[in-house]
Design a protein around this ligand. Sequence first.
Ligand code: ZN
Length: 724
Amino acid sequence: MAKAPKAAKSSAIPVGKLTPDEAEAELARLAADIGRADEAYYNNDKPEITDAEYDALRRRNLLIEKRFPKLKRKDSPSDRVGAPPSAKFEKAKHAAPMLSLDNAFNDDDVAEFVKRVRKFLGLKEDDAVAFTAEPKIDGLSLNLRYEKGELKIAATRGDGETGENVTSNALTIADIPKSLKGAPEILEVRGEVFMSHEDFEALNKRLVAEGEDAAPNPRNVAAGSLRQLDAAVTASRPLNFFAYAWGELSEPLADTQMEAVQKLRKLGFKTNALMKRFDNVEKLLGHYREIEARRASLGYDIDGVVYKVDRLDYQDRLGFVSRHPRWATAHKFPAEKATTVLEKIDIQVGRTGKLTPVARLKPVTVGGVVVTNATLHNEDYIVEKDIRVGDTVIIQRAGDVIPQVVEVVQEKRRKGVRRFKFPTECPVCGSHAVNEENPATGKADVDKRCTGGLICAAQAKERLKHFVSRQAFDIEGLGTKQIESFFDEGIVKEPAGIFTLRQRQDAGAIDLYRYDLDDKGARKRDKAGKEKPPTNLKSVQNLFDAIDERRRISLPRLINALGIRHVGETNARLFALHYGDFKSLYEAATKAREEDAPAYEDMLTIDGVGALVARGLIDFFDEPHNRDAVDRLLDEIDPQQAEAAASSSPVAGKTVVFTGTLETMTRDEAKAQAQTLGAKVSGSVSAKTDYVVAGPGAGSKLKKAEALGVAVLTEADWAALVAR
Ligand SMILES: [Zn+2]
């Protein structure tokens, strides 16, 4: 029976009981933990935690976001797929993005998924909807582009938009046909590269015999092998490929998922024989359990079961939310656990000042990966579980990031181990660390926060890291480690400082050539761990060039980078679309300080922006220090105007309000469709509204539209308009 992994339940507070402040802090912690795991997994091919644990982190993150949609972070892991491509390979931009799947962790999640699909499509109770169910292969996703039947390019997923061109390596994989007969003129086949258990064991035997380290697990070997710069090495590693999806197509493969995959098989690809089609939740779950029972004997690693809506026209209607398709979900297997000794507890300070305890562990292997750190969440968690330094603890790893300590093995506690004393001061700046009172509940927050604010180096550093993060300025070669060095040495203290580096170097005010930078922007070290003497002039020049490249910055990225409370990537995009340019946003935020100001009301007409988010933006620009920092930054950069998503659409850039009952589609579907076409969907009618789409039962909004002379469309008018 699939139960929710403990990771989701055993965090200090159940999601349903979190206060907004706790939720915000928890989201911050989760973003950091998931980010670290992604980094370890995608860029180092060396995961630090198990898949199941990783999934548990993502799940908790998602649940909190669902409960507090307004608290969703700009760098929310939910919006992110993997890590940016490594610098070793030529980049390959995907013709159609390679998205990741949303996850389900228990039966209820699956039932909820099916319910959501039905609701979105507006299906009646007795309307059948079929789903496919297939094993989720634990390997590396690959996109194979065939033009006129010839394999042109094979690319890894990368960040979903851009992957690595690994064509020459992919050509060495026997399961990947070089040419196809009877394929559409353009056909992108997607699937998973993996290594069988048998081949994995043989390879490890060979590696050990040759005096090398044994590989941790088949997925890492598959990833490492496919990303070899020398194709001969890839060829020496027996890799397999299962096809299960597609990207760009010049003509449709079929009408259903099942038939499309069958078509891929006919074209010469291996597909998974366990893929089946069912028409209700019970049967899907039955197949999940059957696959789970056979997991050990399949001969390759799987980490769950994927369900997809079978009808492709339904898939089209369902479309995407954030970066997940609404029509698919991955039902994951539960987490893996191990026992080890907790040697030390360190305290980390986050961007918002939150103090997070981290367990340093005696190294232990969980699911083939060595784990040395685990999160302890917060003070209450340590107290509640009575976790002490020296204890034998059970840790749990799910997926690819930071594991967590789930419980103490009390019988193994040695005499004399003391309770952990949580610090009352920030370990970085020495300011008091307090549990702030939550204004909504009047209760003390579960997290201790450093009160140092602007003087706290840890917070300032974390804000800078956020500024250069992938969904913000994303400067190549300027990573976390380099920001740390630059900050610690006083070279960069605020965002504007990044853009004056070249000028200061040229003026002799700083000397970056002292650093020897590796491709992630960290100082290189010799084998003994000592910093290498400076030699690499090129990487410094490359860094300056990469920084200059980012002076022209898209508006959503800039807004996101500022780290405004409650303004996540999603809200940054909404603000960008609404205000069009940074100056307008800046002015509006300043004018909206009074709650009765028209600017404030206008801000609240943005669909998806509520009072909390608006407050976050207004408060940020109300702070003179923030305005000064932004002004200095604006001297250095050139924010671009926001563009409508699909400028060729007749409704791109238009503001639309839906009201009343829609008949051919649900309201959610209508909104999603409008946004996909580049329209802004607003919740209320104003003089800025371009169209009001009114169905039966429309009331005050329709009246207001008529009073303001806004164009009113029927649902049929709207359908005709967007069909143009
Ligand atoms: Zn501090």
